[in-house]
Design a protein around this ligand. Structure first.
Ligand code: NDP
Ligand SMILES: O=C(O)C1=N[C@H](C(=O)O)C[C@H](O)C1
Length: 253
């Protein structure tokens, strides 16, 4: 039997961080060597011998954590949101000096959410209209969700591949922003409601028909198989991977 992979969790006291700590502790092939909170020194993870860090902090600090991990030759599995093309480019540049290091940035670790995004890219070829409604607990600090942004990008790719132009929309006046955010040309509506965890509806419309792809995470347990997959696989995927589907063989079905 091989030695367990030494793993540190950044954001360990948080909702996702504490669930990840429990999941890693329960896995025989992984060893939790450090759980880092906002008042801790993240270098404790280096001193404890971590080979993989899981970043489940907050949008304002995650990029700095990933650059720190890469500069120390540690693989990073990132669930924290807030990533932009510019911050991803910084990570790619940093990885140029650490070509054997892997970074996975996964906007959503739940299998159903990953599948929903893939299905949305396919469906986007065939529908004139597409919009996204993301629904979350009210303690979430960012909007729209990272998943909704990633889904919008997938829809935009699908539409571009199908040669579709702008969606029909006669709205001429929207002083209060009722049409939501526009991400990659796709309208995104964010709901924050006590009782929710993480949910997404991807709406497609064509002449005389409508299709909805919906995913619901009712419990953060839904994210843990994806976190563990990321931790186990990241060392075998040097460079930057955005989206857990990069570690899954979804094309084979
Ligand atoms: N990819 C996925 O599948 C999922 C991603 N997420 C994302 O994960 C992130 C965390 O979500 P959630 O757990 O709900 O949020 P929480 O606020 O519950 O957790 C974040 C934790 O990070 C801590 N923290 C803040 N700064 C630092 C720092 N510099 N070093 C270490 N810890 C720090 C916070 O401490 P304090 O509160 O004291 O500041 C808090 O304990 C969000 O970006 C969210 O969108 C969430 C669910 C699934
Ligand atoms: O903050 C959350 O809770 C979640 N954040 C991620 C996101 O912004 O997409 C993933 C999931 O939706 C839960």
């Amino acid at each position: 039997m091989t030695d367990p992979i030494p793993v540190a969790v950044l954001g360990a006291p948080g909702r996702m961080g504490s669930a990840a700590v429990r999941a890693i502790e329960a896995a025989d092939d992984l060893e939790l060597v450090a759980g880092i909170g906002p008042d801790d020194d993240r270098d404790d993870a280096l001193r404890a011998g971590a080979r993989v860090v899981v970043d489940l902090t907050v949008p304002s600090v995650t990029k700095d954590n990933v650059l720190w991990a890469v500069s120390n030759g540690i693989h990073a599995v990132v669930g924290a949101t807030g990533w932009t093309e510019e911050s991803l480019a910084e990570v790619r540049e940093a990885l140029g000096d650490a070509p054997s290091t892997g970074v996975l940035i996964a906007p959503n670790f739940a299998i159903g959410a990953v599948l929903a995004m893939r299905f949305a890219e396919v469906a986007a070829h065939y529908y004139e209209s597409a919009e996204i409604v993301e629904l979350h607990h009210p303690d979430k600090v960012d909007a729209p969700s990272g998943t909704a942004r990633h889904t919008a990008a997938a829809i935009a790719r699908g539409r571009a591949a199908a040669g579709l132009g702008a969606m029909p929309d006669a709205t001429a006046s929207d002083p209060d922003g009722a049409r939501g955010a526009v991400v990659d040309g796709v309208h995104v509506h964010a709901v924050r409601l006590r009782g929710l965890v993480a949910h997404e509806e991807i709406l497609f419309g064509g002449v005389g028909e409508q299709m909805t792809i919906r995913h619901d995470s009712f419990d953060r347990a839904s994210f843990m198989p994806g976190v563990l997959l990321g931790v186990r696989e990241v060392a075998s995927h040097p460079g930057l991977t955005v989206g857990l589907d990069g570690y899954m063989d979804l094309g084979a079905h």
